[in-house]
Design a protein around this ligand. Structure first.
Ligand SMILES: Nc1ncnc2c1ncn2[C@@H]1O[C@H](COP(=O)(O)OP(=O)(O)OP(=O)(O)O)[C@@H](O)[C@H]1O
Ligand SMILES: [Mg+2]
Length: 215
């Protein structure tokens, strides 16, 4: 199993957001986390990429036991993941190309190769014309596409995307779902949080995990 979650519960103060969640994700699977606003989709994804500690239960992601994972070893897990944050977390003072290329620079990829990869990914999200623009100047939907490009450029083992089409119109949402689909078909495991019904319909072979129905 690439991801295994057993009896996971999480609270903020006295407010229990996740209650006794269990599920497993096989390699190459596509998983959709759904549920109403506030159901805990973002919280669950944060736990899975090590941004929230485990309070109760057990979780393992890409061979790493999250309960035992130290801050020092967290980057090893992160290297396996591409994460699209709900609030993007792109650097506004850097250009589109710089934001997307950063993760490859950290991995010490040669500059020419970085440029090629970044351009290819930006073409995929229809942002190649904006490569040199500062991110601060982009619209919400454009920033979201940069966030998606940054997550997929590293060719992650697991792609985690939190409401990745929240700021996009219907046509662009469907186009981006096709990109996720293609990655999935090429072997990337995808974990997507969304309440967009159309996105869910476009991914009919997915494991649906509805966090509203757990108690
Ligand atoms: N750091 C925090 N401190 C206190 N409460 C929090 C914190 N983070 C999240 N919560 C609460 O936990 C609940 C779940 O939040 P979460 O962001 O996981 O929901 P979500 O399913 O992603 O919602 P949305 O669809 O609106 O993105 C919410 O009620 C939220 O207010
Ligand atoms: Mg959320």
């Amino acid at each position: 199993m690439l991801v295994s979650v057993k009896k996971l519960s999480h609270s903020f103060g006295s407010h229990w957001v996740l209650k006794n969640i269990s599920f497993q994700v096989r390699e190459r699977e596509c998983v959709i986390l759904t549920g109403h606003s506030g159901a805990g989709k973002t919280t669950l994804l944060q736990i899975l990429h090590g941004a929230q500690p485990i309070q109760r239960g057990v979780a393992e992601v890409a061979g790493y036991h999250l309960n035992k994972l130290t801050q020092r070893r967290l980057p090893l897990l992160r290297r396996q993941l591409g994460v699209v944050f709900q609030d993007f977390k792109i650097l506004p003072q850097k250009s589109v190309g710089e934001n997307v290329g950063m993760a490859l620079e950290v991995r010490r990829m040669p500059r020419a190769q970085i440029k090629r990869r970044v351009n290819a990914v930006l073409r995929g999200v229809q942002m190649e014309q904006r490569a040199d623009l500062k991110c601060a100047r982009l619209s919400g939907g454009e920033q979201q596409r940069v966030a998606i490009a940054r997550a997929i450029v590293v060719n992650p083992k697991i792609l985690m995307a939190d409401e990745p089409t929240g700021n996009l119109d219907e046509t662009l949402s469907l186009r981006l779902v096709q990109i996720f689909k293609k990655f999935n078909e090429h072997g990337t495991t995808v974990i997507l949080a969304t309440h967009n019904k159309q996105v869910i319909q476009e991914l009919p072979h997915s494991q649906l995990i509805d966090l509203s129905t757990h108690d």
